[in-house]
Write a protein that binds this ligand. Structure first.
Ligand SMILES: Nc1ncnc2c1ncn2[C@@H]1O[C@H](COP(=O)(O)OP(=O)(O)OP(=O)(O)O)[C@@H](O)[C@H]1O
Ligand SMILES: [Mg+2]
Length: 342
């Protein structure tokens, strides 16, 4: 099932109500909403790395949490292995929880400071009732430590999170996820807080583990060089929507949306080994409580036309005419390429 879609989001929204005072409620006012994710659809094929990129606040992490149902969507469907997981009961969700793991940005915050590394990794096995005898559990933990490069595992097993380096801590977090034998991993900025010197090594490790364990990744990053290194497909998000997506090389060499063009122009995409932290392009990122009407990017867009100020453009496949299959297509949501008459 190499080309089958393992995870799919269909028109998913997540609006967070904000700032409702008692007086507002009394007056019968509708709460304002942060439209963190506002109609996102994509599929992640089995065995691939699907990237979500975009500036801070564009809705990447919220999308990642929705994908594994750490958040309930306001509307839309999330399909894992063909099942809509948003409809599952708590009980039925439990087995999927094990199959869908998340690796967060800050390994220190992810680890319990009072558990040894070995205990911390075994803890997940215990939660999911996957432990055997003490010796078996220890062996499984040691084995996974070895696989993620915490070697020799015996020297790490009884140490505590504060006694190892940041890069090693992220390896522990990865081991803790992998010991549960997941199929799908959301990696939310997994190398953003580690030393520049170990970033490429950790990415290489994640690529290797993907092969070894037959994994599929949703890889979240604000850094286009990191995305270039690991992703097969990339989706660029802006204010809760995907504005462009497609095979990574296609999007990087031939960006279509003015936002993607601006991102790529402002952030040259070198090898992540030699990267420096560079800010995303300047300009006001509008408020996602009251996003601009029409295309949310139009206030910053050098190519904005009249229609962009009033009507939101649909995400459309650009290479449909050249018979590119929809799952390998290059998409953008921009009036430069769409006909408002439909
Ligand atoms: N629990 C919440 N309640 C209210 N607003 C939220 C909540 N979680 C996220 N948001 C808002 O939703 C929007 C998207 O947030 P999200 O964390 O998904 O963005 P992001 O792309 O991951 O950003 P970053 O690059 O900074 O991690 C932001 O405006 C954020 O403030
Ligand atoms: Mg985030």
């Amino acid at each position: 099932m190499s080309d089958e879609v393992l995870l799919e989001l269909r028109d998913v929204r997540k609006w967070f109500p904000v700032g409702q005072s008692v007086f507002d409620t009394f007056m019968g006012r509708e709460p304002d909403n942060v439209r963190a994710v506002d109609g996102v659809s994509f599929g992640v094929p089995h065995g691939k790395v699907y990237g979500l990129a975009g500036e801070s606040g564009s809705g990447k992490s919220t999308t990642g949490r929705l994908a594994v149902r750490l958040l309930e969507p306001t509307s839309g469907q999330v399909l894992f292995d063909g099942n809509d997981i948003t409809m599952l009961s708590k009980e039925d969700m439990r087995s999927h929880r094990r199959e869908m793991q998340v690796i967060f940005q800050d390994p220190f915050a992810s680890l319990n400071p009072r558990m040894t590394l070995g205990e911390g990794i075994a803890h997940g096995l215990r939660i999911h009732n996957l432990t055997g005898s003490r010796a078996e559990t220890r062996e499984r933990v040691m084995d996974i430590m070895h696989r993620v490069g915490l070697t020799p595992p015996g020297t790490f097993y009884n140490r505590y999170p504060h006694q190892i380096s940041g890069g090693q801590r992220q390896r522990v977090v990865i081991a803790r996820a992998l010991v549960l034998q997941p199929k799908f991993i959301v990696a939310d900025e997994p190398i953003a807080m580690t030393d520049a010197s170990v970033r490429a090594v950790l990415l290489d490790l994640m690529i290797q583990l993907k092969e070894d364990f037959d994994l599929t990744y949703l890889f979240i990053t604000h850094d286009l060089a990191t995305a270039k290194y690991i992703c097969d497909t990339i989706a660029i998000m802006y204010l809760g929507r995907i504005v462009e997506s497609g095979p990574l090389t296609q999007v990087y060499t031939n960006p279509q949306h003015p936002y993607t063009e601006a991102l790529l122009a402002a952030v040259p995409v070198p090898d992540p080994r030699h990267r420096r932290d560079k800010p995303m392009p300047h300009g006001e990122i509008p408020n996602s409580i009251n996003p601009p009407p029409g295309c949310a990017f139009h206030p910053r867009c050098p190519k904005a036309m009249d229609i962009c100020r009033v009507q939101s453009p649909p995400l459309e496949q650009l290479d449909q005419a050249s018979q590119v299959p929809p799952d390998q297509g290059h998409y953008t949501a921009c009036w430069l390429y769409s006909d408002p008459e439909g």
